[in-house]
Design a protein around this ligand. Structure first.
Ligand code: NAP
Length: 242
């Protein structure tokens, strides 16, 4: 059995990624923080499509929680390797910097950037030894061009992009690829309060994207077919200039 871990797999883009990755034959470890009902729904959808998976609850912003969960899994599956890692879980807490609370800076950096470091570091050893691995990080338009009101989020996503480019060069010889997918405006809970009609005029395709449109690109980069692509950032944003 081949294993893939998708963080933030209970809702939105992560849910769509879990469904696509499962279609590749992976047993999907569906991480989430608190929404067990939605995580179970992801698992049921995978099973209804003939795939397999399991829930793996931990808080990606908490290094001890990450370590405990991944160590426990490895203890139960000593001979198994998680060969695909999708770092997708993320939050935003927007404010102009003059109004930003210190905890909103830290929460966003911990959840979006530090999580990349702790989870990737934990799993990459096995990928290197196994001489195969696919890491895909879900970043954002905000991390490429910077968006006002999102200094914390732009810093976190920009940090993941730079770290991915560095890591890609560290592990390329071992057949481990590291890429990023940068969505623009995608219809999920994260953007639920944004009125599409107010924003769509600035998007060349004149609409928000949907989670499946992001998941298709992530799934490709996570597959053996993307064997000669690493250190890249692919935008999925309806033509927004970055
Ligand atoms: P979403 O609908 O709000 O879903 C967020 C997911 O992340 C949920 O599964 C949530 O789990 C999980 N999560 C959040 N904090 C977590 C934590 N500390 N530990 C574990 N899981 C956690 O978000 P989305 O729109 O799908 O976003 C997915 C990714 O795409 C994020 O990295 C986001 O920054 C990025 N992105 C989104 C957009 C967009 O327009 N939607 C644009 C650019 C980039 P629970 O269900 O348990 O809360």
């Amino acid at each position: 059995m081949k294993f893939a871990l998708v963080t933030g797999g209970s809702r939105g883009i992560g849910k769509a990624i879990c469904l696509e990755i499962a279609k590749q034959g992976y047993h999907v470890l569906i991480n989430y923080r608190s929404n067990t009902e939605e995580a179970e729904d992801t698992l049921n959808q995978i099973k209804n499509n003939g795939g397999s998976g399991e829930l793996m609850q931990f808080d990606v912003s908490n290094p001890e929680d990450i370590k405990t969960s991944l160590d426990n899994w490895k203890e139960k599956n000593p001979d198994s390797v998680i060969e695909v890692l999708i770092n997708n879980a993320g939050i935003r807490k927007d404010a102009l910097i003059v109004w930003m609370k210190d905890e909103d800076w830290k929460d966003v950096l911990n959840t979006n950037l530090d999580s990349f470091y702790y989870i990737t570091k934990h799993l990459i050893q096995d990928m290197i030894v196994n001489k195969y691995g696919r890491i895909v990080n879900v970043v954002s338009l905000s991390g490429i061009k910077g968006l006002p009101g999102q200094t914390n989020y732009s810093a976190a996503k920009g940090g993941v992009i730079a770290a991915s480019k560095a890591l890609a060069q560290e592990v390329a010889k071992k057949n481990v690829t590291v890429n990023c997918v940068a969505p623009g405006f995608i219809k999920t809970d994260m953007t639920a309060e944004l009125e599409e009609k107010d924003y769509k005029r600035m998007i060349p395709m004149n609409r928000f994207g949907n989670a499946e449109e992001v998941a298709n690109v992530v799934s490709f980069l996570a597959s053996p077919k993307a064997s000669y692509i690493t250190g890249e950032v692919i935008s999925v944003n309806g033509g927004l200039y970055t």
